[in-house]
Ligand binder design. Structure first.
Ligand code: PEP
Ligand code: MG
Length: 628
């Protein structure tokens, strides 16, 4: 490792608190003043030639985006980036910033030494040594020459290379040292004089490239200029990917090494259908993608024009087609898609607003607004589903060894009855203003269902005492997303009004493959015979008890699987708002009888690939134009 590290208390921060180490760089920043820079890139394109480069990842949200990439790394915010002409002048600026930083560090060292002794002041020695390290200076110089980008951005890029590399080593001591490197780099960055080179100017379109994005990063991004995002890790069923699909943002995951390899401002195309990120596309590639983009737009408009058509099979079986939402602002998409209401509202996304669930008043205002906007179509509100890969509702005193098998879903709500009842009262209050149903996540057995219903009843009594109106017959459902729940679906069914199968979790728990771990992504198969049989078992139990079953996991939006789900007897599909038009079209071309015959065969088929082929062949037969 080229950076020397000191062993003496070098994780202590003396000159004011360190900016918080966030998972990713501050998202208020990923809007460098690209406009001027893009112009510079275009101008310079004449005398610099770049080879087209294709990076292959896993597509998680369809769509095409054409824009320069913007690479963000974890830790601290990137400085502005722009093209330069005068390499020597830029190196000199870097040298001056280094010198200024060294002077400041020496001063600090003396001050701290006077106050608290030599031992504490050693941290600055380590920092000074970093600044004197030839490796870093040489690399920054080489980067300025190579990329012809400003010195501060070159320093940032070099530092991020080191930081990413260090974060990936298993040694916790080395990983801890990243804070020192960040600290020193921030100092140097602050010591550049920006007056000549900073561009103000409007935000520009960009494709975001990051090591990882959390659902909250994704939700809080400024999407006006975002044309897509690509991450190094992540998976199709992570909440970040789900959110990208809901918001209609093209996205790719699994682009190994992208953060280190890519240069901010490089022109690029993101292909969310095939998982390609094309850097420096040739004119020919650009042309081809523009044509694909136009064609996809044409199909999208044609499908949207059919939004008021019923989702009914050719032999007359109606399927309720509803939408999944995470944020209330998605209601506009839901309306536009022609979905019949919301089949899954993931209320844990309310945690993005703060560290805790909003109080009863606030929640009730949000739920009421959505219920009114959807009325007379239904709104199914899922109670808080925190934990696992989702936002925690409260900080845990110690990390869980197995968060996916830990304190999540209904378990958290039942352990925090006051918080749970606050949410239930808010849901009930909204039920007076529209068609609202409530649904419990991650139920593993009857005891949880009964306890949740008891608390619902208590919440009703509390509202009644306050003379607040609500729907006394509010529909109550459970998510079937654990194998235990699917196996005893016949025992759960008499207790509830509906089932909604959460296939994302059902698959992960059935085949014991973490839905967000790309290493086991190949085991995570929606058409695994055990998964199909559990779905069938759930539906049969529901039918025997006179209740309905829907699917709200990502399987519901995969049109290759629509024939299989319809054939198994699903009555409702709840999908991302942007997927609604295609799923509707798929339903309208299929014959339920033919799907049922195929599903019978699938239930006897031992291999998931063969079942996938069975269902895809029906999809291909009826709607080849919709398949990507
Ligand atoms: C599921 O598990 O399928 C589901 C819909 O819930 P979530 O993806 O929010 O866990
Ligand atoms: Mg789930």
């Amino acid at each position: 490792m080229p950076f020397p590290t000191s062993s003496a208390g070098n994780s202590r921060k003396i000159d004011g608190p360190l900016p918080p180490l966030r998972l990713l760089a501050d998202f208020s920043f990923p809007r460098p003043p690209l406009s001027a820079s893009i112009a510079a890139v275009k101008e310079s394109a004449g005398h610099r030639t770049f080879q087209e480069r294709v990076l292959q990842g896993t597509p998680v949200s369809p769509g095409i985006g054409i824009a320069p990439v913007h690479v963000v790394a974890r830790g601290f915010s990137a400085p502005d980036v722009y093209e330069i002409d005068d390499v020597a002048a830029e190196k000199a600026r870097f040298g001056e910033a280094l010198e200024r930083t060294k002077v400041q560090l020496r001063e600090l060292q003396h001050r701290i030494e006077a106050i608290s002794g030599e031992e504490d002041s050693r941290i600055f020695e380590a920092h000074l040594m970093m600044l004197e390290d030839r490796t870093i200076v040489d690399r920054v110089h080489a980067t300025i020459e190579d990329r012809r980008q400003n010195a501060e951005y070159s320093l940032y890029a070099v530092a991020q290379n080191f930081l990413e590399a260090m974060r990936r080593v298993p040694d916790p001591y080395l990983r801890e040292r990243t804070a020192d490197i960040e600290d020193v780099c921030q100092r140097v960055l602050r010591n550049f004089s920006h007056e000549d080179h900073r561009f103000g100017g409007p935000d520009e379109q960009h494709i975001l490239v990051a090591y990882d994005l959390s659902p909250s990063d994704t939700a809080s991004m400024d999407r006006r200029h975002l044309r897509g995002f690509a991450t190094e890790i992540g998976s199709v069923n992570s909440h970040t990917a789900i959110l990208a699909r809901s918001l209609g943002i093209p996205a790719i995951v699994g682009l190994d090494g992208a953060v280190l390899a890519l240069r901010t401002l490089s022109p690029a195309i993101i292909d969310g259908y095939s998982g390609k990120l094309i850097i420096h596309p040739t004119a020919e590639t650009l042309d081809r993608y523009r044509r694909i983009q136009e064609e996809k737009e044409r199909v999208r408009h044609a499908l949207e024009a059919q939004r008021y058509e019923e989702s009914v099979t050719t032999d007359g079986r109606p399927i309720t087609l509803s939408a999944n939402i995470e944020l209330s602002e998605e209601i506009a998409f839901v309306k536009n898609s022609g979905a019949r209401g919301v089949g899954l509202y993931r209320t844990e996304f309310l945690l993005l607003r703060g560290e805790q669930m909003p109080d009863e008043e606030e929640q009730s205002a949000v739920y009421t607004r959505i219920a009114q906007a959807l009325s007379p179509d239904p709104l199914i509100i899922r109670t808080l589903d925190s934990g696992g890969d989702k936002l925690p509702v409260e900080p845990l005193t110690e990390p869980e060894p197995n968060p996916f098998l830990g304190w999540r879903g209904i378990r958290v709500s039942l352990d925090r009855p006051d918080m749970f009842k606050e949410q239930l009262r808010a849901v009930l209050r909204a039920s007076a203003h529209g068609r609202v149903a409530v649904m419990f996540p991650l139920v593993s057995g009857i005891r949880e269902v009964r306890r949740a219903k008891e608390l619902l009843k208590e919440s009703m009594d509390e509202l009644a005492k306050r003379n607040i109106p609500f729907d006394e017959r509010i529909e109550t459902g459970v998510m079937i997303e654990l194998p235990s729940a699917a196996i005893i679906a016949d025992l759960i069914a008499p207790e509830v009004d509906f089932f909604s199968i959460g296939t994302n979790d059902l698959i992960q728990y059935t085949v014991a493959a973490d839905r967000v771990n790309h290493r086991v992504a190949d085991l995570y198969r929606p058409t695994h015979p055990a998964v199909i049989r559990l779905i069938k078992r759930t539906i049969d139990a529901a039918i025997a008890n006179g209740i309905w079953t829907g699917v709200c996991g990502e399987m519901a939006g995969d049109i290759r699987l629509t024939p299989l789900l319809l054939g198994l007897g699903v009555e409702e599909l709840s999908v991302g708002p942007h997927q609604v038009p295609r799923v509707r079209r798929a339903i309208r071309t299929l014959s339920h009888a033919e799907c049922a015959a195929m599903a019978d065969e699938a239930l006897r088929t031992p291999l998931s690939v063969d079942t996938l082929e069975l269902t895809t062949s029906l999809a291909r037969k009826y709607y080849p134009e919709l398949l990507d």
